[in-house]
Ligand binder design. Structure first.
Ligand code: ATP
Length: 301
């Protein structure tokens, strides 16, 4: 990847407070249009990394380039959208007034405000005071702010926390749209299940280090975690099925097996060899949560 292709480029990044290193040896690139999930336990260093990228604190060592610019510089700030976990607004302003103020600060024409409010589903509430908004509505307003000016890099900190399922879905639709327009997105979150289907790459931090950085598929292959195969046996056949295939009996008629990617086809052939003793087969690949546990456990040892 060349510098030009990389919207966000982080190399050899360290941050210490006194003698305590809180972030160490981080090298991470995010390309235009890429959605990268940033995962990590409480205190892993995610917020510190985001603050370093925003230029709010300075690195002890290493480099960060935001759209080719130094973090915190006017050019980097103009290229960056940031959605904090707790979005703070003037409660006395209406949504429209607040967003118009942000648009002016961002050098955008105020006429961009109405379509943005529409886009995030706040058109009807645009002229109500923010003090009357629910958490989800404030989060939507924050997202509208992040959408101002088509930034090259977007940093979203727990963007879906406290949102109901429909609002989450809408939020990811906006994230997808930003990515399709070429924005590089770094999304810090603990919501593993929803990130699984919604990001291109997973970066996992543990104790200040980056312990994984790849697509879900590649991480799963490298971790070689087993796929679960759950069989529902025909009535009275569970024992025979277990005797033939091994595995564990799970409540009455189900038998659960574990196998590697390489063993999967051979295992399926054995299952179909049992004919109508098996009524149904369900395959459950390792989840992001399984992978997360796996990569974090490596550091804990
Ligand atoms: N100003 C500071 N001085 C000393 N230590 C700090 C400072 N700021 C953060 N830390 C430490 O750095 C580590 C990383 O904190 P950080 O807030 O980046 O974690 P996080 O991954 O964002 O956690 P969470 O998921 O809980 O938000 C923690 O151990 C924290 O105590």
């Amino acid at each position: 990847m060349t510098d030009r292709d990389t919207a966000l480029a982080i190399a050899g990044l360290d941050k210490s407070y006194g003698r305590t290193q809180v972030v160490g040896g981080i090298t991470l690139d995010v390309a235009p249009g890429e959605r990268v999930a940033l995962l990590g336990h409480n205190g892993a260093g995610k917020s510190t990394l985001i603050k370093l990228i925003l230029g709010l604190i300075r690195a002890s060592q290493g480099s960060i380039r935001v759209a080719g610019h130094a973090p915190g510089s006017a050019a980097a700030r103009a290229a960056t959208a940031y959605l904090p976990e707790q979005v703070a607004f003037h409660r006395a302003l209406t949504g429209r007034e607040q967003l118009t103020m942000f648009a002016r600060l961002a050098g955008e024409h105020p006429k961009t405000v109405a379509p943005l409010l529409e886009r995030v589903g706040l058109a009807d509430a645009a002229d109500r005071r923010i003090g009357t908004y629910s958490k989800g509505m404030r989060q939507r307003l924050g997202l509208a702010q992040a959408l101002l000016g088509r930034r090259r890099v977007a940093l979203l900190d727990e963007p879906t926390s406290g949102l109901d399922p429909i609002s989450r879905h809408d939020l990811y639709a906006v994230i997808d749209e930003m990515a399709a327009n070429g924005t590089a997105l770094l999304i810090a979150s603990h919501a593993l299940t929803e990130l699984e289907a919604r990001t291109d790459r997973i970066a996992i931090m543990a104790k200040g280090r980056l312990v994984a950085d790849d697509s879900l598929g590649n991480l799963a292959r490298a971790a070689a975690l087993p796929t679960r195969i759950r069989l529902t046996a025909r009535e009275g056949s569970a024992e025979a099925v277990q005797a033939e295939l091994g595995g564990d009996r799970v409540n009455g008629r189900a038998v659960e097996l574990h196998c590697t990617t390489e063993q999967k086809m051979a295992q399926l052939a054995r299952i179909s060899g049992l004919g109508d003793a098996v009524r149904d087969v369900e395959m459950v690949p390792p989840s992001l949560e399984d992978l997360y546990r796996h990569y974090c456990a490596e550091v804990r040892q």
